[in-house]
Ligand binder design. Structure first.
Ligand code: SAH
Length: 501
């Protein structure tokens, strides 16, 4: 078919202005409307709105369109609280009421499991529990990483990247973060301006300040700030109008910035000020070299009844309130009575592993990142838990190797509780579990499997494999960890099907 013919076939083309009612919500939170079977995807349009939208990219049966005007307001529409909600890549759903947002997430999980996992809709409706919403959907994040850049007038700015780009939208008070972020950024930016310290420029690789990391222990109240610097000791620091930085270590350099350290250390709750050196041309935020400039190297905090010490490089859950609820649900599904043998695959720093260790016989954690495993072991020790073992490696390698070794050594006996545990918990990244991992889980035949997932599409795929392998899907419960974004966490519970002979 010639391209001319294709064009004639197309119902609509770029720049066409259409009026449409929004009747559905897409996976990324965008509004969906239909005109005679032709589908329009419109970012920032809310289900129930009637909008006029301009086509940006047209295909034969669907198009992406830009929201021009809301002609009739949906009852689910609310004004976004954040002035840059539309430009910033972080929140997709700020103009939807929180209740409607929760319903959207519940439905997204349900539909993915039905469509992608091949489960019966009525069956899933019967076993799904209502989404765990947040008591307070604002100011829930305990960590922020602000990129630092320069505006048109040459002034330093802090903000967030605009959706899918690397240009910085200035925001000093992100409403899902802590209010202290603004105070800390104000101090840093005004110090930079006063002393003519340049922000890092990605294109040229020049300039000093790349990112500011801020973390707060919500239970302890302790705050840490870490400045990520493009600091090269051999040369002078560009943009600073003295030559004295030549050959000074970064610690000496920052300590020389007395005003900055003094102002930051007087922020209420501040306990740790550090710098991280990152001179690579990379998207990775933190450099591995970290120097404490003032206060302690770590902040401490309590999560799920356990004490943690967190360094600028440690992984730590960003929404502690919801994390406790989600893991509480996982523990309930695991049905622990104090005697069980439990594997926790993709265990990170052992948050789930150790909260289960308190109520189980023995727990085994598996995680790919060596530093996280070191943290997990230290966390076990700090909390006096001696019934936890950790393995570093890929779950899809550690588990099959363990299974092979143990079953050869001890024989594949049901009495071997590490080989045939009561419970296996998994909490994989978005791509879900590797097939080899799932296969070995089926061989180990635990009584119960608890699957914690941050992507319901891969969850659906893996649930199908587990159910085909002899498990029964008992319960599914979504949990909102990231309000105003389209992401949703889910915990699913499966139990081994009893086969009657
Ligand atoms: N359960 C943890 C973290 C879950 S995030 C917590 O509660 O904090 C997923 C984790 O899986 C990350 O720590 C990541 O490093 C790890 N991971 C990614 N791929 C892996 C693999 N193939 N095998 C084991 N761990 C993996």
């Amino acid at each position: 078919m010639s391209s001319k013919k294709i064009k004639e076939d197309m119902k609509y083309k770029k720049d066409d202005l259409l009026t449409v009612e929004i009747t559905d919500i897409g996976n990324d939170g965008e509004g969906i409307g239909k005109i005679d079977g032709y589908t329009l995807f419109i970012k920032d349009a809310v289900i129930g709105d009637k909008v006029s939208a301009k086509i940006m990219k047209a295909k034969k049966n669907y198009a992406y369109a830009h929201l021009e005007k809301v002609a009739e307001y949906s009852p689910y529409r609310q004004e976004a609280k954040c002035p840059v909600a539309r430009q910033c890549g972080g929140c997709q759903l700020q103009n939807m009421t929180y209740e409607r947002q929760l319903a959207f997430k519940q439905n997204k999980v349900r539909n993915n499991i039905v469509r992608l996992g091949g489960f019966d809709g009525d069956f899933i409706d019967g076993i799904m529990e209502p989404i765990i919403g947040m008591d307070e959907p604002w100011r829930y994040r305990n960590k922020a990483q602000y990129p630092i850049g320069t505006d048109k007038n040459g002034n330093p700015i802090a903000g967030f990247y605009a959706g899918r780009t690397h240009s910085i939208i200035p925001v000093d008070d992100c409403l899902i973060g802590i209010p202290e972020n603004k105070e800390i950024l104000d101090i840093i930016l005004s110090h930079m301006k006063k002393n003519r310290i340049k922000a890092y420029d990605e294109a040229s690789g020049k300039g000093l300040v790349r990112h500011v990391l801020i973390r707060k222990g919500f239970t302890s109240g302790q705050i840490m700030v870490c400045l990520v610097l493009n600091y090269k000791t051999a040369g002078k620091v560009k943009g600073n109008n003295t030559n004295q930085n030549e050959n000074r270590t970064v610690a000496e350099y920052i300590k020389g910035q007395n005003d900055l350290v003094k102002a930051l250390s007087s922020v209420s709750g501040m306990t740790s000020i550090s710098v991280s050196i990152n001179t690579d041309k990379t998207n990775v935020i933190m450099g591995l070299e970290v120097h404490t400039i003032w206060g302690k190297d770590v902040i401490s905090d309590t999560l799920c009844g356990l004490d943690f010490e967190i360094s600028p490089l440690s992984f730590y859950q960003v929404n502690p309130a919801q994390c406790e609820k989600l893991y509480g649900q996982a523990i309930t599904y695991a049905g622990l009575t104090g005697k069980e043998s439990v594997w926790d695959l993709y265990c990170g720093i052992g948050t789930i592993t150790l909260s289960m260790a308190k109520n189980a016989g023995h727990v085994y954690g598996v995680e790919i990142i060596p530093e996280a495993i070191e943290d997990a072991k230290a966390n076990a020790k700090r909390n006096g838990l001696t019934n936890a073992d950790f393995f570093c490696g890929k779950a899809e390698e550690v588990l099959p190797e363990f299974y092979k070794r143990e079953s050869e050594k001890a024989g594949d006996s049901a009495d071997n509780t590490a080989l045939h545990p009561d419970v296996i918990v998994v909490d994989p990244p978005r791509k879900g579990c590797d097939e080899k991992c799932l296969e070995t889980m089926l061989k180990m035949s635990p009584d119960r499997i608890v699957y914690v997932s941050c992507d319901s599409a891969t969850l659906a795929r893996d649930l199908r494999i587990l159910v085909d392998g002899g498990y029964e899907l008992k319960k599914v419960r979504p949990c909102d960890m990231f309000s105003w974004s389209s992401h949703v966490e889910t915990v699913a519970f499966l139990s081994l099907k009893i086969v009657e002979l």
